[in-house]
Design a protein around this ligand. Structure first.
Ligand code: AMP
Length: 399
């Protein structure tokens, strides 16, 4: 089946057309500046044909219409008619407590997403606008919502509860939800396929990219994760602070003389490795700066690695030991330095890390631990779009 996977933001929309029989993408594209002047669409097919157009897209509906004409373009498209699209898989940020898995979209699902929009005010309006537009433009094509949160819905209450009055949790649904679920799920499934379920009963997945999170996965099910009510909690990320004393937040806000909204923006955009280094959020830039002796860049990377190491230790405790640790995401897959900093001094867990193997570059799934290691350390390239396409097909086929 050909599945159109859509990942919509408030003013942008990324898409891929995936053939789920071969599990290969046919083309990928990006619509930028939706709702602004100077909109653009850029698309590239798997065999390298490029398509680009500039046109204003006042709403997501015009963006979807542009995507459909790009998909069916005679020279640079991948299908001859929209009827070849078997299903659409929408990435949706937040399920709230309403969904525990992906769902086929109907009016009721849209209503629940609208109710949960306040839980993800930056992403949910774009996600919902896109779902509505697709339903309007392609009324006969089945659509599936794949949430960033539902893989974590198996967390027990003791893991997702914050130390707040229970009545406030009930009234306002303030709790840990966790994010990057499609990636954690995909990587867990790949790890289980690669190692076998018995050798992967207690798995820690480290998704390290611009946004980063860690999950503890027992027998394929998430039991804890580092992100929380929002994607701000947990690790020190590219520009996000991660864990911080809540009292320090208001202290800083008052000192900076900014509003609560501006403070949330500050914690999301000005902190993390970018904030500490005062250079950049990009790991490649930070590695280059470190090589020239920039001590703040070094501190940023060391602080981020130290936080990951602490989460790995605490999740090993939560799992009662660990069988496998998987690195994924732009940093997890590519930064030998970050993996080395996280994995050194982890012999206490039973890890025999292969530092030489770690430095090599290679594609696909890689093992970075010695054959005698009690814990297998892996690099598993993530593929969130393929994960969404797989879920979409399974639901549309009634599985
Ligand atoms: P993602 O959000 O998963 O796309 O990951 C983006 C992050 O991965 C950025 O911090 C990049 O600097 C980092 N990254 C990508 N390629 C490399 C590389 N070859 N070495 C180090 N970091 C990398």
């Amino acid at each position: 089946m050909k599945v159109l996977v859509i990942n919509a933001g408030s003013s942008s929309l990324k898409y891929q057309l995936i053939d789920t029989d071969t599990e290969k993408y046919l083309l990928k594209g990006l619509c930028d500046r939706i709702g602004m002047n100077g909109g653009s669409l850029e698309q590239k097919t798997a065999d390298g044909r490029k398509y680009g157009v500039t046109a204003d897209m006042p709403t997501h509906k015009e963006a979807i219409e542009m995507v459909l004409s790009a998909l069916t373009d005679k020279q640079a498209g991948a299908i001859s008619s929209v009827s070849e699209i078997g299903a659409v898989g929408h990435r949706v940020l937040h399920s709230g407590e309403d969904f525990h898995s992906s769902v086929v979209i109907d009016d009721e699902v849209v209503r629940k997403c609208e109710k949960n929009a306040e839980l993800g005010p930056l992403h949910m309006p774009g996600n919902i606008a896109c779902i509505k537009s697709c339903r309007e433009v392609m009324p006969s094509v089945p659509m599936v919502a794949v949430f960033d949160t539902t893989f974590h819905s198996t967390m027990p209450a003791k893991a997702y509860m914050y130390g707040i009055p229970y009545s406030d949790y009930e009234k306002y649904k303030v709790r840990k939800y966790g994010f990057h679920g499609t990636s954690h799920k995909f990587v867990s499934e790949e790890a289980i396929k690669y190692l076998g379920a018995d050798s992967c009963r207690r798995l820690i997945v480290c998704h390290l990219g611009n946004g980063s999170s860690i999950s503890a996965v027992k027998d394929g099910k998430c039991i804890d994760t580092s992100m929380g009510f929002t994607p701000l909690e947990g690790l020190i990320m590219g520009t996000r602070s991660g864990d911080i004393d809540p009292a320090a937040v208001d202290f800083l806000r008052a000192k900076l003389g900014i509003s609560s909204e501006e403070m949330v923006q500050y914690l999301n955009k000005k902190c993390g490795m970018k904030g500490i280094s005062e250079v950049d959020s990009d790991m490649r830039v930070l590695e280059r700066e470190m090589a020239t002796g920039n001590s703040k860049a070094q501190l940023a990377v060391e602080a981020a690695a130290y936080r990951i190491k602490k989460y790995v230790g605490s999740f090993a405790a939560a799992l009662g030991g660990v069988d496998a640790i998987a690195f994924t995401g732009g940093i997890g897959e590519n930064s030998a330095l970050m993996r080395r900093l996280v994995m050194q001094d982890t012999e206490y867990l039973g890890v025999e890390f292969d530092f030489e193997e770690n430095e090599k570059r290679a594609d696909g799934i890689r093992v970075l631990s010695a054959p005698s290691s009690a814990v297998t350390v892996l690099v598993i390239p993530t593929n969130e779009e393929l994960s969404i396409a797989r879920e979409t097909v399974a639901l549309v086929n009634g599985n």
